[in-house]
Design a protein around this ligand. Structure first.
Ligand SMILES: Nc1nc2c(ncn2[C@@H]2O[C@H](COP(=O)(O)OP(=O)(O)OP(=O)(O)O)[C@@H](O)[C@H]2O)c(=O)[nH]1
Ligand SMILES: [Zn+2]
Length: 468
């Protein structure tokens, strides 16, 4: 039986001492100007607070023996061991939410980018340096009317989408960066949606005529942003923001609108999920492929996605066999035959178990980083005859929008700097190497084709350079 200490004993020790929590109210009151509740150990006001000694809990309910997993030597776990408390298996440090008494947090650039992403998804305007933007995909009539004000806002699309629409930049030929289309009176929300969404390309094959209505294509470089810096940077950042939001890279754009939400183009451009990624939690997880496995979940402050690592077997001194698996809901969960993701996932787990020690990183990068909704749009285009690469380009994205810096950061947090990589994709190996993870061997992960994914695998081999 666990014994609850009498209050008198609790009063001699400070609960949570040394954990960075304040024990006494700060001078001048608490959070948001409200007075802090009294917390005066020994004054009889906190009768429910007792200290449960870690050492005593251990005597009564011994913890598991330390597992031989990786971690940062000399970290919090090592200190606890040195103090004789229960040995905590080490694998990076889980970051707890801040206590409720923590006062107003600094608004970081990650938080500002996250807010902007959220606003775009909800159909709210955002200001990026001197450009105001509203996502075409999530705008409604009332929101667009408010955004337009006295003068119709223009349209901004990615260079890839502009190339699909054959909107050549008047000065430079084929555009590489975003292209701005002056909005003629006939371009209402429905027309703008047809410009944005290639699923409608067949239904409305004749768009425009844009070129005959100058200045339909304004070179964004010529427009200076109000806050300084070329509007081209703001335009590129705005397009990136749409992709981070999982939206089509097509926006209404204007130099005059109203919103309280401003985000700097430079903050969007430098936003990297890996910068703020931390270990959030971990647990033992026997899986069908391997009973001896452990799951580790990762979070970052700027993105909602939670990435996961599954550690299989025990470290044996060799670099682990590592699989970077990008999320594919349709293949991983529903058994889609259009791709090779499901069989690759189970094949990778089997290969890691057979190797004795390895890690599967489950990366929340659905659709090669364009998100589930856009991947399904790409599938609809593939049913029209476009291959997996062209479908992405028609949507306005690159062929592969994934940032493997996240995977490198996860490996670093797991204290792994050398890996044997299970992949047919040389880009993954190069990306890890660029982030400081040595890929000592590439191990192929070949899956037999089926009639539904033959063309997909051929496009990966012939157009994306996969070694199949
Ligand atoms: N945009 C798009 N994404 C797809 C399509 N088919 C599969 N995907 C996504 O592609 C990703 C699969 O990538 P992986 O298997 O991790 O990696 P890979 O680039 O194929 O390389 P390997 O390591 O050799 O398998 C998943 O995020 C899928 O959702 C498609 O037709 N279009
Ligand atoms: Zn898939």
């Amino acid at each position: 039986m666990r014994r609850v200490e009498p209050q008198a004993a609790a009063e001699r020790r400070q609960p949570y001492a040394g954990r960075g929590r304040r024990a006494e109210p700060p001078p001048g009151g608490g959070r948001l100007g409200r007075p802090w509740p009294p917390f005066l150990p020994g004054a009889g006001t906190a009768s429910h607070l007792v200290e449960l000694s870690l050492a005593r809990l251990d005597e009564e309910r011994p913890g598991p023996p330390p597992r031989p997993y990786v971690g940062v030597e000399g970290g919090r776990g090592a200190r606890r061991r040195a103090q004789g408390a229960r040995a905590v298996p080490e694998l990076g440090t889980a970051i707890r939410p801040r206590p409720a008494c923590h006062r107003v947090r600094r608004v970081t650039k990650e938080r500002q980018v996250a807010r902007a992403v959220d606003a775009l998804r909800r159909g709210w305007p955002v200001r990026v340096d001197g450009l105001y933007i509203l996502a075409i995909e999530t705008a409604d009539e009332a929101g667009l009317a408010a955004f337009d004000g006295d003068r119709p806002a223009d349209i901004l699309i990615s260079g890839n989408r502009a190339a699909t629409l054959k909107l050549t930049n008047q000065r430079e030929g084929t555009p590489t960066g975003p292209v701005r289309i002056a909005r003629a009176p006939w371009i209402d929300l429905a027309e703008a949606t047809a410009i944005a969404d290639p699923a409608l390309d067949l239904a409305t094959p004749l768009k425009g005529p844009f070129q005959t209505m100058p200045p339909m294509l304004a070179d964004v470089d010529a427009v200076r942003a109000e806050d300084g810096g070329p509007a081209a940077d703001a335009a590129s950042a705005a397009i990136r923001l749409a992709r981070l939001a999982g939206l089509l890279p097509a926006l209404f754009v204007s130099e005059t609108a109203e919103t309280e939400l401003t985000v700097a183009a430079a903050d969007i451009a430098s936003h990297r999920e890996s910068d703020t990624l931390v270990v959030a939690s971990r647990a033992r997880l026997p899986v069908a492929a391997a009973e001896k496995a452990e799951i580790v979940a990762f979070r970052s402050t700027g993105d909602a996605a939670e990435h996961v690592a599954l550690l299989i077997g025990s470290p044996d001194g060799r670099p682990p066999l590592v699989r970077l698996h990008s999320e594919c809901l349709t293949g991983d969960v529903l058994g889609s035959l259009k791709c090779d993701c499901g069989p690759q996932l189970s094949g990778a787990l089997d290969a890691i178990r057979a190797a004795g020690w390895g890690i599967l990183l489950y990366l929340r990068q659905e659709g090669r980083g364009i998100g589930l909704v856009n991947k399904l749009r790409a599938y609809a285009l593939q049913d029209q005859g476009f291959d997996t690469v062209d479908a992405n380009l028609r949507l306005g994205f690159g062929d592969d929008e994934r940032d493997f810096g996240v995977a490198a950061r996860m490996l670093t947090l797991l204290s792994q700097d050398k890996v044997r990589l299970l992949t047919n994709n040389p880009r993954k190996a190069a990306a890890l190497e660029a982030e400081g993870i040595a890929v000592v061997e590439r191990v192929p992960l070949q899956i037999a084709a089926n009639p539904h994914n033959e063309a997909y695998l051929a496009a990966k081999r012939d157009r994306s350079g996969h070694q199949l």
